[in-house]
Design a protein around this ligand. Structure first.
Ligand SMILES: Cc1cc2nc3c(=O)[nH]c(=O)nc-3n(C[C@H](O)[C@H](O)[C@H](O)COP(=O)(O)O)c2cc1C
Length: 320
């Protein structure tokens, strides 16, 4: 692959010590050591999914250790703070020497100040202006602004990135990584135009060569159009954007149970065996724009190239 022709220099690249302001979504069971290492090796920011700590406590330290042994570039960890609350896990992160943490799924972690005192940069995931203000007031170093088009757990108000991102970046002066619907250089340029200094990709990277999920799921993403995700579980605490299947459709109905509680255990079977009717596959609307399974390095390099072409084209248009 060619060297990236475009150099980024902004608050995100400087704070995180990276060349390319792209992160992988920290997808437990999807973003394994191979995927996260490939993102970091590409000059971007590999994020280790801390949700795995819910499955077994030893997975996270083992994953971090593998990253330290195999990757010489920066990487970070995500902690979904609504589920992963044990002080022992925070201690594991502190002891591991990781420099970048993202926190998600709820209010800012009560451990944030302690983490920052130890030199860790903490970004918090937000889905509304109100939650962004709360995170800013709590002193986080940056925000991950997630639009409702993205895959996985969604905010209760379902605000799309086109509205949410310029709203937050015009009111709050913190570096922002945009998430939701980003799959390439054009969507990355759009996010930067709306005030982001970095982007996070979930669905696009689930359908990468290094993703741990079964080939059947990757091909389902390639085949799916933009209408094939649905939001389920609106009537419970945690709405989720997932692939529409016979199983997931039932959880659109207010009278069904909580998909998060009832199906989470089956999700790993879906990932490993490719049985699409087992559990739910968290996926975003952008699967309608993902047409090929590609290596991570190519996805990142293509995004950088298309980003620079897009902004050059836009400025030419202005002169015309
Ligand atoms: C399979 C999958 C698992 C996810 N797991 C997490 C997670 O554990 N923690 C988190 O902060 N976000 C998680 N997300 C949400 C992503 O971080 C990101 O916001 C979203 O994927 C962006 O939208 P996109 O799918 O359109 O790229 C997950 C997303 C997917 C698709």
């Amino acid at each position: 692959l060619d060297e990236p022709a475009y150099t980024f220099d902004n608050r995100i690249t400087r704070m995180l010590g990276i060349d390319i302001p792209i992160t992988n979504a920290p997808m437990g069971g999807v973003a394994g050591p191979e995927l996260v290492a490939a993102v970091s090796e590409a000059g971007a920011m590999g994020l280790v999914p801390g949700s795995l700590a819910r499955v077994a406590p030893e997975i996270l330290p083992r994953f971090i250790q593998a990253m330290k042994e195999n990757v010489r570039r920066p990487f970070g960890v995500n902690l979904p703070v609504a589920f992963v609350t044990e002080a022992a896990i925070i201690d594991q992160v502190l002891e591991s020497g990781v420099r970048f943490l993202t926190t998600s799924t709820g209010p800012v972690s009560k451990h944030t100040a302690r983490l920052q005192q130890r030199g860790i940069t903490v970004f918090h995931v937000v889905t509304s202006l109100q939650t962004a203000k709360l995170a800013a007031d709590a002193g986080v170093d940056g925000l991950i602004v997630e639009g409702s088009e993205g895959g996985g757990l969604r905010g209760e108000h379902e605000i799309p990135l086109m509205v949410l991102l310029p709203l937050i970046t015009s009111r709050i002066d913190l570096p922002v990584i945009a998430a939701g619907g980003i799959s390439d250089g054009r969507t990355m340029a759009a996010a930067v135009a709306l005030g982001a200094e970095g982007v996070q990709m979930g669905t696009r990277l689930l359908a990468s060569r290094e993703s741990e999920v079964h080939e059947t799921l990757k091909q389902a993403v390639v085949a799916a159009d933009e209408t094939e995700s649905i939001i389920i579980n609106r009537h419970h605490q945690r709405p989720l954007r997932v692939l529409r299947t016979e199983t997931t459709e039932k959880y659109q109905n207010p009278s069904t149970g909580d998909a998060f509680k009832e199906l989470s255990r089956d999700v790993l079977r879906l990932y490993r065996e490719g049985d699409l009717l087992s559990g739910f596959a968290s996926l975003g609307q952008v699967m309608g724009r993902v047409d090929e399974v590609l290596p991570v390095a190519e996805i990142v390099a293509d995004a950088v190239k298309e980003f620079s072409e897009t902004i050059a084209h836009l400025s030419t248009g202005l002169r015309a």
